[in-house]
Design a protein around this ligand. Structure first.
Ligand SMILES: CC[C@@H](C(=O)O)C(=O)SCCNC(=O)CCNC(=O)[C@H](O)C(C)(C)COP(=O)(O)OP(=O)(O)OC[C@H]1O[C@@H](n2cnc3c(N)ncnc32)[C@H](O)[C@@H]1OP(=O)(O)O
Ligand SMILES: [Co+2]
Length: 134
């Protein structure tokens, strides 16, 4: 079921400052900020060739990452995103295996415009998992 690792996401309190560190200190190419109100975050991506790093900060009230940043005020690893070739088949398998799919269980378009779903961190060893259909 799992394909490539699409991205590793890091939640940050200040996206511009984090992007500047990735550009200046790490010499990375960082994409322009992408506000995603439907996800309650603004993101940038660093394309590493074999995978990506996603830096994200809260956007608006009720961001799903606000609680995480309260607990981790300087930021931290937030989620992993695995690629799948059929997100509905993946969802059905995950539900059949007893995993919790977050939200209403319906895929939403992610940062790349592809359908994504999230799985509860407590079901995957303290790691929030995102799956993205590619
Ligand atoms: C840009 C679009 C898209 C893409 O295309 O890449 C994105 O990546 S959008 C990213 C932002 N969206 C989401 O993260 C959606 C899914 N997340 C959620 O629904 C919530 O974040 C959550 C997972 C339900 C957690 O919400 P929270 O308010 O923190 O709830 P709790 O405090 O009840 O947390 C429960 C429990 O889980 C621990 N936790 C929370 N977040 C994480 C995390 N990222 N990694 C690991 N563990 C996490 C939290 O500490 C609680 O643990 P206990 O305190 O031990 O109960
Ligand atoms: Co993501």
């Amino acid at each position: 079921m799992l394909g490539r690792l699409n991205h590793v996401a890091i939640a940050v309190p200040d996206l511009a400052a984090a992007a500047a560190v990735y550009e200046g200190t790490l010499g990375a190419q960082v994409s322009a900020p992408q506000p995603l109100p439907e996800h309650g975050v603004t993101v940038v991506f660093i394309d590493l060739g074999n995978t990506k790093v996603e830096l994200l900060e809260p956007l608006g009230e009720g961001s799903p990452i606000a609680g995480f940043l309260e607990k981790n005020p300087s930021g931290g690893m937030h989620h992993l995103c695995y690629e799948v070739d059929d997100i509905l088949a993946a969802r059905d398998r995950l539900l059949a295996e007893g995993a919790r799919v977050l939200g209403d269980g319906e895929p939403k378009a992610g940062a790349h415009g592809k359908p994504v779903l999230f799985l509860h961190p407590k079901d995957f060893f303290g790691t929030l998992v995102e799956i993205e259909e590619v």
